[in-house]
Design a protein around this ligand. Sequence first.
Ligand code: PLP
Length: 367
Amino acid sequence: MRVPFVDLSAQYNCIKADIDKAIASVIQDAAFIGGKYVKDFELAFAHMYGVKHVISCANGTDSLYIILKMLGVSGGDEVITVANSWISSSETISQAGARPVFVDVHPDYFSLDEAQLESKISPRTKAMVVVHLQGQMCDMDFIQSFCKKHNIYLIEDCAQSHFSEYKGKKAGTFGIASSFSFYPGKNLGAYGDAGCIMTDDDLLSEKFTMYARHGALIKHQHQIEGINSRMDGLQAAILCAKLPYIHDWTNRRIENAQYYNQQLLSVSNIQIPIVRAHTKHTFHLYVIKAERRDQLAEFLKKEGIETAIHYPTALPNLKAYHYLGHPPQDFPIATSLQDKILSLPMYPELTEEMIAYVGNAINRFYQ
Ligand SMILES: *Cc1c(COP(=O)(O)O)cnc(C)c1O
């Protein structure tokens, strides 16, 4: 049996009629950039989240950059973020002119360890980018009061946590602004690059929109120099067509995770994902911690099962951050996880049969 890591065509085949119709409409209306479809998506997504503003943009990296830039993050500032994430979470901090300050990860959740935040504060700290990695939210009670206490902005990177929840409140609704990616493989994915910013702040919403549209809210009236970061009509229409299915897909991911757990619970050589209390983990990724990880991945590959690593090198250990001067021992947990974490195939269309096949292969490897 072949079990791909993700299978985007499986999803397309389930909703082909909706998608084809959406694409045809955009072409028929020639609404390629801006226009009705983009507006429709912004409103629909804002409505689902119960927030005032959704500002579409080109991808989930620009959205972070635009937020940081328009919050006034600049040279001399420090911004706290997590040592294990996709590089967008930290490169945008540098692009805004500030210095990323990394926090090690929690050994159970593989994402930001709240207990270490206090030691990262300096008089230069201006903001914090919290990343709800794998679809699992951080301890938001703690993080909100931490940011309030130190008077720093809380920004959420929700690229992996569409519709995740903490105590019944959705990821993306805790900070001053939040960032979403609709990269094709995310839980809500377009058919190309796309992203958005979410905020309840009217003034910031204007600033974000202005900056993403060349610094102009009205054509030719450029109040500042901005950037060109737009969602195109085709992506917006595709995302709109997918919205009615997103809750079903999320539930399928959660069910798939539970089924994986059943298959893997008894394997003492691996640790299955630990879900934080009071959260809804939406399983963008199903990440295990495995002994002899590389051999396991190699074995699974031979059995036709694709896996991935998120991420093989912790951010501060990347060459890009050598200038910060951190030895790997500065981030002992993130560094040790580099050789242990393994992401198993995870998507709504994964069948129980496929999961049983993966579970069986892992059991056999360790026997
Ligand atoms: C995917 C991702 C991004 C970037 O999104 P793009 O749309 O690819 O630019 C940012 N942060 C995290 C945590 C991600 O997983």
